[in-house]
Design a protein. Structure first.
Length: 299
């Protein structure tokens, strides 16, 4: 009798539901997998449970960075590069009504320095008269429209403008950079005393903003300024050239570069660029190009 009663007991009877499911009851809970068998998660499970630890960490870092950026904008709202008021609408880098006040350089350009030509021809008067050492250069804005913004960028502590300027350079001069295919971007350096007084080098801020958008390395410590020259805006071209002699030096002999783009805020006579190029070429750099935020009109 006892034997017959045991034969009539249904499989899983008297067992907990999870144990019954483990024995293969399809109507019960999900079966427990055998050792070594990986079971895919259900489609309804949250995505972060399916992420690898590194993916979860990267996602958390990204969210933290976005939150930090939002907090900075709340505490220190961005200033418009044109009017210098708080940017409206929030989240932009420049007031929308101010955007048209920055005049992009339009062709025809000088085929050497990039100045806008006031008369027909391939080269401006400066480039016809002077044998510049750089291969070619381009500038973004007409000097008159951008001068107040660049002045605050250099002397007014508005390093935050670099983000907008870098975005503009990447958009409008990105093809120029990609055509050159530089090994690195090199900002025109400040003398250490001047940089200490100012707190930053505006050319380096711009170079880093451009490099991050176009994926080009920035070698900020490669070229250094060893001569604390007087402001060049107070000198004529001949005085500039004499003042800049042996103004630069190479500080990174362990880095070998063949083709580079110099980055500066303003291009005028080209004296600064030529002296920087001379120093770079002596160190083995074969081709030097340049980008400036603004330059005047070539006659």
């Amino acid at each position: 009798m006892e034997k017959k009663r045991r034969e009539h007991i249904q499989p899983g009877a008297g067992q907990r539901p999870e144990e019954a499911g483990a024995l293969g009851n399809k109507s019960g809970p999900r079966a427990v997998p055998e050792p070594g068998i990986r079971v895919s998660p259900k489609a309804g499970e949250p995505p972060n449970k399916r992420m690898r630890p590194k993916e979860r960490t990267d996602r958390a870092k990204k969210k933290a960075a976005e939150a930090y950026k939002g907090l900075l904008q709340l505490l220190f709202p961005l200033r418009c590069p044109v009017c210098d008021d708080i940017v409206r609408p929030s989240g932009e880098k420049i007031c929308l009504e101010c955007l048209g006040r920055l005049k992009l350089l339009a062709p025809p350009w000088c085929m050497k320095c990039g100045k806008r030509l006031a008369e027909e021809g391939e080269f401006c008067a400066d480039c016809r008269r002077i044998q510049h050492l750089f291969r070619r250069g381009r500038a973004l804005y007409e000097y008159e429209s951008a001068a107040p913004a660049i002045y605050r960028f250099k002397y007014g502590g508005r390093r935050e403008y670099a983000d907008f300027f870098g975005e503009q350079v990447a958009e409008y001069l990105g093809d120029f950079v990609r055509t050159v295919g530089p090994d690195a971007l090199i900002p025109i350096p400040l003398h250490r005393k001047r940089q200490a007084a100012r707190g930053y080098n505006q050319a380096e801020c711009l170079a880093r903003a451009v490099g991050s958008r176009l994926g080009v390395p920035v070698q900020a410590g490669y070229l250094v300024r060893v001569k604390n020259t007087v402001p060049l805006k107070y000198e004529n071209p001949e005085e500039r050239q004499n003042n800049l002699k042996k103004a630069f030096n190479i500080a990174r002999n362990d880095v070998k570069l063949r083709r580079v783009i110099l980055i500066d805020d303003i291009y005028t006579t080209g004296s600064t660029m030529d002296e920087a190029v001379r120093t770079l070429q002596a160190a083995g750099v074969r081709e030097v190009w340049f980008i400036a935020l603004a330059c005047g009109t070539g006659i």
